[in-house]
Design a protein around this ligand. Structure first.
Ligand code: DO4
Ligand code: MG
Length: 283
């Protein structure tokens, strides 16, 4: 089951049919048993004709977020650990990544307030004071206020490798700035937890060429998804629930940096494709 947030309301896709559910977004998604609720609520929801559904889904999709914070986990895949160790070798920070990959406590960091999040088909930004920029394609969890994973979406944890590589203490500046996060195109709400065979892929298009392509299964992750959620909820309340990006498994080679105009497609089996174009923040 998929749930889209659009300017004209919330649309559920289920078994090739589309329904409109008129509940405020946060009230709708922040509940235990979200899949069961939607399935039973569909009987009372408005069935859309294929033409109506097409018009709504081809108009502007909003990021599937309301009042929630976005957090992120780091160094959860070997590829991410290795890339971080390479970029921070000169600064002497490399061993921190090695240690956190092995440690019981995961790396978790604050990523974005909702107003900094780009939706599907919107621009994401790179910083003007950064010389080395990459997208990070990440399976993203929607966790309800009780700490249970209810849904999944696609996330892009845009990152400055030059700023983080200079000093790991610059992580918040490498990670948190306007439109440094993207979420979408929908929430995927399966009846059972997402399969470890699920694949994440990314294509970066530059002037009609593929500047990067990669694909990995989420089974490569070092940690369990509920384990990440439970660390995030230690001594912390999320009254509307929370989004948690679960770390990148794909990092382009060290010679690669994003440039304005690049188009990033991130796809996850069962969820769809999140597309964003790279720009500088208009001054
Ligand atoms: O340690 C820095 C951030 C790591 C990260 O964002 C990732 O592994 O996805
Ligand atoms: Mg990341």
């Amino acid at each position: 089951m998929k749930l889209y947030k659009t300017l004209q309301g919330n649309i559920v896709e289920h078994g090739n049919q589309y329904y409109r559910i008129d509940l405020p977004w946060d009230e709708l998604i922040n509940r235990s048993g979200l899949h069961h609720f939607l399935q039973t609520h569909l009987h009372h929801a408005g069935l859309l004709s294929p033409v109506q559904a097409d018009a709504l889904l081809n108009s502007r999709l909003l990021a599937p977020i309301g009042a929630q914070e976005v957090w992120a986990a780091g160094v959860t895949y070997l590829r991410s650990r290795d890339a971080r160790m390479e970029e921070s070798r000169e600064s002497g920070g490399a061993s921190f990544y090695d240690k956190v990959y092995e440690a019981e406590r995961p790396e978790l960091f604050f990523k974005a307030h909702p107003h900094r999040v780009a939706a599907h088909d919107e621009d994401v930004y790179i910083r003007r004071d950064s010389t080395w920029n990459v997208p990070e394609p990440e399976l993203t969890l929607f966790i309800d206020s009780q700490g249970e994973i209810q849904a999944y979406t696609i996330g892009n944890d845009m990152s400055s490798r030059s700023i983080e590589g200079e000093n790991p203490l610059y992580l918040p500046q490498a990670k948190v700035y306007q439109r440094s996060a993207a979420l979408g195109p929908c929430l995927f709400i399966p009846p059972t937890p997402i399969s470890p065979l699920t694949k994440i892929s990314m294509v970066i298009h530059r002037a009609d060429k593929n500047a990067y392509t990669g694909e990995v299964a989420i089974s490569q992750i070092k940690r369990k998804l509920p384990e990440l959620a439970s660390w995030l909820y230690r001594d912390m309340d999320f009254p509307h629930g929370c989004f948690l990006m679960t770390g990148t498994c794909l990092v382009p080679g060290n010679e690669f940096t994003l440039t304005p105009g690049d188009k990033i497609d991130i796809s996850i089996d069962g969820i769809g494709t999140l597309t964003n174009t790279v720009r500088y923040k208009p001054s």
